[in-house]
Design a protein around this ligand. Structure first.
Ligand code: PEP
Ligand code: MN
Length: 334
């Protein structure tokens, strides 16, 4: 339900609307618009509630919203979301380049790569301290030590940091050290984790699940938004498929669908989707061309030594060349 306020409404009238919504057991989400202010209502609603809210002073009309993703969809908020993290603008026409190693492997490796990607034009540093691996025998990440290294890298380069939380204990740690919390493909429907992340005041990058539909993905975003965290970034990272030539099936059409359905920023991970170094640059170009609002890309200077995902990491030189092409493309496409 969407409560549209009169243009001339007074502050106490808005306060009363919120108070009534909350007294009915719902959540109120104030949605300032260019021309008028609305209050989104989430929770199971009845016709009587709708009636009661429409009678309140300052209320222009109450609209039923049939979309299941009330907060992620464009009905409540038609305009693109825009927010700032550590001096970097996300959404609404901005194309953000996030880059770094798949995993934090050591202080030396991470600082080397942080400086390299910063000098090449990255705006956010990526690096996993908690790694969700298919095999329990594979490198699982450095944990808190890795987060501390990322903090040092931020202090040295000024780049905000994105890193993954894999469960509730790591979410607390990641919140402490990171600027953006990544929730990975394997956790896209970990509703407990999503709800907790929704209560935090740091942005969340939500990757698409291994074989999630777009609706399932938006509903996962809805879990975060409905807890009050409005800063969600969606990341397309390819789907499970049957062809062994690429790691996953990069669904660029999903970017178009999401741009239509949702106001949230959509970014593409060309590394985890295709899994092959030589495909990362063309796929990143395609991401710009199709209207994505950023990329999250693996960069490593010694991929043969990488503890995780070496075959998909591009070198710092490749990355530098790519950034300049992407910025030119962005200027052309507008
Ligand atoms: C990652 O970005 O390091 C990662 C594990 O990605 P995904 O969740 O897409 O597999
Ligand atoms: Mn990886």
């Amino acid at each position: 339900m969407l409560v549209m306020m009169e243009k001339t409404h007074q502050e106490p009238e808005l306060a009363q609307v919120i108070q009534v919504i909350e007294s009915l057991g719902y959540k109120a989400h104030v949605l300032p618009g260019d021309h008028s202010l609305a209050v989104g209502v989430t929770g199971n609603q009845t016709c009587q509630d709708l009636e009661r809210l429409s009678q309140l002073p300052g209320v222009k009309e109450v609209i039923r919203v049939s979309s299941p993703f009330k907060l992620a969809g464009r009905t409540f908020q038609p305009a693109d979301s825009e927010f700032e993290v550590g001096g970097v603008q996300f959404g609404n026409g901005h194309f953000v380049i996030m880059a770094g190693p798949c995993a934090v492997e050591s202080e030396d490796q991470t600082l080397r790569l942080a400086h390299a990607v910063k000098n090449a034009g990255a705006q956010v540093l990526r690096g996993g301290a908690y790694k969700p691996r298919s095999s329990p025998y594979a490198f699982q990440g450095m944990g808190v030590d890795g987060l501390k290294i990322l903090s040092t890298a931020r202090a040295e380069t000024g780049l905000p940091v994105i890193t993954e939380a894999v469960d509730l204990p790591s979410l607390d740690r990641v919140y402490e050290y990171a600027d953006i919390i990544q929730i990975g493909a394997r956790n896209m429907q970990n509703f407990t984790l999503l709800k907790e992340a929704g209560q935090l005041d740091k942005p969340v990058l939500l990757k698409r699940g291994l074989s999630a539909t777009i609706d399932e993905w938006l509903m996962a975003a809805e879990y975060i938004l409905s807890e009050g965290n409005s800063r969600v970034i969606l990341c397309e990272r390819g789907l499970r498929h049957y062809d062994p030539h690429t790691r996953n099936l990069l669904d660029l059409g999903a970017v178009l669908v999401l741009r239509e359905l949702s106001h949230l920023p959509v970014v593409v991970d060309p590394s985890h989707s295709l899994g092959r170094r030589n495909m990362v640059i063309p796929a990143s170009r395609a991401a710009v061309a199709i209207g994505a609002q950023g990329i999250l890309v693996d960069v490593h200077d010694r991929p043969h030594e990488a503890l995780c995902d070496g075959p998909q990491a591009i070198s710092p030189d490749m990355f530098a060349g790519m950034v300049s092409t992407l910025r030119q493309l962005e200027a052309v496409i507008g």
